[in-house]
Each structure stands twice: as C-alpha cells, then as structure tokens.
Write a protein that binds this ligand. Structure first.
Ligand SMILES: *Cc1c(COP(=O)(O)O)cnc(C)c1O
Length: 379
C-alpha cells in the first residue's frame, strides 16, 4: 500500500502537480517571513489587511480574558456564548436578511447548508467553476448534481426547465475564487424566481470588498426570500469561520438540520469577538477598499502593455493564465527568488494553470511596483 502511494506521489511530482507547504514564521500580511527571509506576499486573501489588525487583536484578547479559550461544547448544548449570538444578529442586519447562523469554517457551512436543504429527489444546479467545498456539498447531499458551464445562463435555464425535481437549489460562488469574476446574480435570481428555486450564494470573496463591504447582495441590490447567503470570515474579514444569512425559517431549519453546525464544538468566542471588531472596521474604514482598488488599478495599468493576459475585471483576484503547470511553477519560482510570493494554482484546483495574484489594502504602491517590475523582467 505504501509503495502504491509513493508511486502516485512520484507521478504527481513528474507532472508538476505535487503540492507542498511553506512555513510562515510571522503574522499574516503583505510582508511575511519564510525561512528567515522577508517576502512581499501576493497570495493571501486578507484583502483589507485585517488579519493582524491591532483592533481585532485587542478584541480577541479581551474576549479571551472574559470567555477563556475553548467554547467547551457545541452551540446546541452549552457552547453558544454571548459574542456568537451578537455576531449572528449583527451580521444579519449588515447584509439585510432576517437571521443568521454561524459555522466554524466556510467549508463546513457549505456542507451543512446544502445537505440540509436538498436530498434524494431534489436537484442542485451548480456552476462548473464553483469552489471545491460547494462541489463536495452537492455530492454529499445525494441530490441530482447538475453542473452548468461557467456563467451560462441559457444552459442553466434549459436544465431548470427540464428538471422534474421536487426541490431545486441553484448554488454559485458570487465571486469566483480562482478567477475573480462575478456571477450575474440578478439574472440568476430571476431564473430562481421563474423556476421556483432557492439561490445559494457563496460570497467568500465578495464580503468585505463589494457593496461597500456589505458584500454581493448590496453590490447587486438583491432582496428576496429565496436567497441564502454565505460569507466566510477567513478572507477579507481577517478572522475565521462563516456566517449564513436567510429567512428566519431557513435559519431555524439549519439550526435543526445542518449537521456541521450541530455535531461540532463552537468556535472560540474570541474569534466571534474579533469578527465583531472586523465588521466595525469593514463598515467604518472605506479607505481600506479605496486603497485596495487603487492597488488593483495600479497592477492592471502596470501590466497592460505586457504579454501577460490579465482578466477583464477589477476584483482583488487577478490571475495570470499560463499554458502549462510547469510554466506556472517556473514563474512563481522566479518571483520567489526576487522576494515575491505568488501562488501557482494548477489542476485539479483549476482547469488551466495560473499565477493567482491577490491584492490587499495593506499593499503599498512600492509593493505593487516591485511585482510589476519583476513580471516585466520575466516576460
Ligand atoms: C475559502 C472558500 C471557502 C471555504 O471557506 P473556509 O472558511 O476557508 O473553510 C468556501 N467557498 C469559497 C468560494 C472559498 O473561497
């Protein structure tokens, strides 16, 4: 058995698909230390520079002093502490839906919500570029798993029309995690209405960034009892965990049926307290988004005349597509030698290899200028 695994690992390596980790010896941020060396970081999802923010750290420390470290139990037994409750209420109000429920991670939220809402005899309609956690959730649900081509509304409409499923759910990333483009949410909601389906939005990369921080619902001005909205907190919010918002009846149902919320220990109250401080910063600090969008524009202008193919959109995710995994790895390695960290993302995570460049409000003009200069040098 070990020989078989070792042989497959060797084969992955020969195809430039072996995955490795690097150990970060500093806090998360736009400068990180790896093996004693400081690097400019362009692969994190800390879009607003909140992961190591003094205000969030103070809120977490104060909550540790008051509530301790461990929550001691699941939410339904005795682990649901005051900061958890406050966070759910605050979040629901912020995104404009009646109620919310917290999960320990976004991955768990997707597994729990989808499997609670659909099962055998139902159908879930999913964009082909959805996040892996949504795909896993759809498979686990045992509902008919119907995938449509990326942002193909006509294809989706045909699949919905052909479906005889008892209950239908459309599930998409609101901002695609590896590409950075947006799902056409108004058109998707219109289809959900036409075919009497739920619309589930995974806004891991939109919350904190779009809609003046309130996320994709505000960006697209969506309001409907069919909406089920997920924000994950490990990206722009700078903490950890996830919140799902929807009609009160949906949230009550999830509280009773979402297994990943029921059969797991509540996240530490300190994480919820830090997230509350993060929501303050997201609402208060418009300058963070101004900085972020200025850096995105700087990168795009800096590379406009290069041979790199940049995406058409101006979100913090700016992937550069490459022909082969080997090219992606070689370019990432050459940047690494120049003190710049960008992740090479390869199949099976994405269909086409790429450098996934991400920008943060904490990047300086000099950081982005260094990346642009290095990319020009390596053209
Ligand atoms: C990161 C991510 C998740 C998972 O969230 P975690 O809190 O990291 O588990 C889910 N969906 C999308 C689109 C993501 O990018």
């Amino acid at each position: 058995m070990l020989d078989a695994l070792a042989a497959e690992l060797t084969e992955l390596e020969s195809k430039h698909l072996l995955r490795r980790r690097r150990t970060v010896e500093s806090a998360q941020g736009v400068r990180v230390r790896v093996a004693g060396r400081e690097l400019r970081n362009f692969c994190g999802n800390d879009y607003l520079g909140l992961a190591n923010d003094a205000g969030l750290k103070a809120a977490a420390s104060a909550a540790i002093a008051e509530y301790g470290v461990g929550s001691g139990s699941s939410h339904l037994v005795c682990g649901h502490q005051a900061p958890h409750e406050l966070l759910e209420q605050r979040f629901a109000g912020m995104v404009g839906l009646p109620a919310a429920l917290g999960f320990a991670t976004g991955y768990m939220a997707n597994l729990g919500v989808i499997t609670a809402l659909v099962g055998r005899g139902d159908a879930v309609f999913a964009d082909r570029l959805n996040h892996a956690s949504l795909n896993d959730a759809c498979l686990l649900s045992r509902a008919d798993f119907v995938r449509f081509n990326h942002n193909d509304l006509d294809g989706l409409a045909r699949q919905l029309a052909a479906s005889t499923a008892r209950r239908k759910l459309i599930a998409v990333d609101a901002v695609y995690s590896m590409d950075g483009d947006l799902a056409p949410l108004q058109a998707l909601l219109a289809l959900a209405e036409r075919f009497d389906a739920w619309l589930y939005l995974d806004d891991a990369h939109g919350f904190g960034v779009l809609g003046e921080g309130k996320g994709s619902l505000a960006h697209w001005q969506l309001d409907s009892p069919r909406l089920i909205y997920l924000a994950t907190l490990g990206k722009a919010a700078g903490t950890a965990g996830a919140l799902v918002a929807a009609e009160r009846t949906v949230i009550d149902w999830l509280l009773n049926k979402a297994r990943t919320a029921i059969y797991t220990t509540a996240a530490p109250a300190a994480v919820a307290a830090a997230t509350l401080a993060s929501l303050d910063a997201i609402e208060r600090d418009g300058w963070r988004r101004d900085c972020l969008f200025a850096r995105i524009a700087q990168l795009r202008e800096g590379l406009a005349s290069s041979r790199y193919r940049l995406p058409a959109w101006s979100t913090p995710i700016q992937p550069i597509e490459l022909e082969t995994s080997q090219q992606a790895l070689a370019l990432a390695e050459a940047l690494w030698q120049r003190g710049i960290w960008v992740a090479a993302i390869r199949p099976p995570t994405v269909p086409t290899p790429r450098l996934r460049i991400t920008l943060s409000a904490a990047h300086s003009e000099a950081d982005v200028a260094a990346l642009v200069a290095a990319l020009h040098e390596l053209e």
